[in-house]
Design a protein around this ligand. Structure first.
Ligand code: GCO
Length: 447
């Protein structure tokens, strides 16, 4: 049995746009993901989050499901457009009321609420003013943080400002595959900096709004970047990608520096972007959330500007619907971050696998692949703790099957199956398996 520390936190994670639905109900404003997903061709099968898992109406049933699993914590995001429909000024009371009821029900069930303020659903009116490429949005985010923390901060003690700001910046502004769907390196670099700056401004706003102790965190998509071969060209390509995927967020948050002024091109793009004092503001972190899914293997190529690298997919390994299965990368990532700059506690805030689960004749969902993925990755978390790395918790992605952004509903991540026609929930075998791990606070690797 691999036993975990007695205060280790076992949780599940989700995000507003991916599960809530009720996209235009009770005063919610439009987000950039409503706009983007309503444009034909942007999301597989033209699916969108209008209804999603209807969590906005089924939240009490979903909290009961968490309680049945024995989950100790729930990391969820609040929807900025539900709380401030125009992004600024006017507060929508029904939006705050929804999260107020959710927090109370979680606490009643003995489940600790962990709030993430931004999981990509920027209010459309702010996008109309330039969105994250506009420095003003960072200040508007701090105002949203203040309003939300003032209402919920008496009961919520851990606040993540952002979920994967790198994805919001680069997948949304350079690759164009996420909202707002831009394909502009300069826009992506501006968005990256303003997202990080907004983290610092929001940290100050939350500390001012919450009486008593509060933890400020951010969750980052981090993964080991390996060269396809041991050639100098491939090793240098991997180093460039590591800079643009991992160091571009870790340096500012953990060191108060930035690597994006190292290259001639980005030096031009960042001139006048990073103002005096910005990097000190960004460097405010009590807890770093690591979202780990897989590794990235890169070879030298001229296909991508600046990084001059191309991803390769090693043959012979197991793959899910979206990436390579690489459990040891969990340990490698946690070790990399801790050794990088050992300053703050770590949590695994997302880890999971998309599997096209089906319901068997007897009504069970026999998702053995997810159980194997969970077992192998949780064992790597245990290995990191054994190495003295302060990993304080593990949040599985996700409680429910949900809207997987540009891939729609085909990629199922839940411990609980959702029938998209009836909204019926069925706890999968992996859910019961995870419940046993929580109950035993340990992993029986023989199972
Ligand atoms: C992310 C996001 C989640 C995803 C999950 C599966 O990490 O991309 O935080 O919203 O749905 O990771 O891709």
């Amino acid at each position: 049995m691999l036993s975990f520390p007695k205060d280790f936190i076992w949780g599940v994670a989700a995000s507003a746009y991916q599960i809530e639905g009720a996209w235009n109900e009770d005063g919610r404003g439009t987000s950039i993901w409503d706009t983007f997903s309503h444009i034909p061709g942007k999301v597989l099968n033209n699916e969108n989050g209008d209804v999603a898992a209807d969590h906005y109406h089924r939240w009490k049933e979903d909290v009961a499901l968490m309680s049945e699993l024995g989950v100790k914590a729930y990391r969820f995001s609040t929807a900025w457009p539900r709380i401030l429909p125009e992004g600024v000024e006017r507060v929508n009371p029904k939006g705050l009321d929804f999260y107020d009821r959710l927090v109370d029900e979680l606490l009643r069930r003995g489940i600790e609420p962990y709030i993430c303020l931004f999981h990509w659903d920027l209010p459309q009116p702010l996008q109309d003013q330039g969105g994250w490429t506009n420095r003003e949005t960072a200040s508007h985010f701090a105002e949203y943080a203040r309003v939300t923390a003032e209402r919920l901060g008496d009961r919520v003690k851990t606040w993540f400002t952002h979920n994967e700001p790198w994805v919001a910046a680069f997948v949304g502004h350079l690759f164009g595959e996420h909202a707002p769907g831009q394909k502009d390196l300069g826009a992506a670099i501006k968005a990256m900096h303003h997202l990080l700056l907004s983290h610092g401004l929001a940290a100050e706003a939350i500390r001012a709004a919450v009486k008593g102790p509060v933890q400020i965190g951010i969750t980052l998509n981090l993964n080991p970047v390996h060269p396809a071969t041991n050639s100098k060209k491939d090793r240098e390509a991997a180093e460039r990608v590591d800079l643009f995927m991992n160091r571009i967020v870790l340096d500012p948050l953990l060191k108060g520096t930035t690597p994006i002024q190292d290259s001639a091109l980005t030096k031009i793009l960042t001139a006048r972007l990073i103002q005096d004092g910005d990097l000190q503001k960004i460097r405010q972190l009590d807890l770093l959330g690591v979202n780990y899914y897989s590794r990235t293997v890169m070879k030298h190529s001229n296909s991508l500007p600046v990084v001059n690298a191309e991803q390769v997919h090693p043959v012979g390994n197991e793959y899910s619907g979206m990436w390579e299965i690489y459990p040891e990368g969990m340990h490698e990532t946690l070790k990399m971050v801790w050794e990088y700059h050992p300053t703050c506690e770590l949590m695994v805030t997302e880890n999971g696998i998309p599997v096209p689960d089906g319901v068997d004749f007897d009504g069970r969902v026999r998702d053995e692949r997810r159980i194997r993925y969970l077992r192998d990755h949780i064992a790597q978390v245990h290995r990191a703790i054994e190495d003295g790395i302060p990993v304080k918790g593990y949040f599985h992605w996700s409680l429910l099957d949900n809207f997987e952004w540009a891939l729609g509903y085909g990629q199922r991540f839940g411990l609980v199956h959702v029938d998209w026609k009836t909204q019926k929930r069925i706890t999968k075998d992996s859910g019961r398996w995870f419940a046993k791990v929580i109950q035993e606070n340990g992993l029986d690797i023989s199972r």
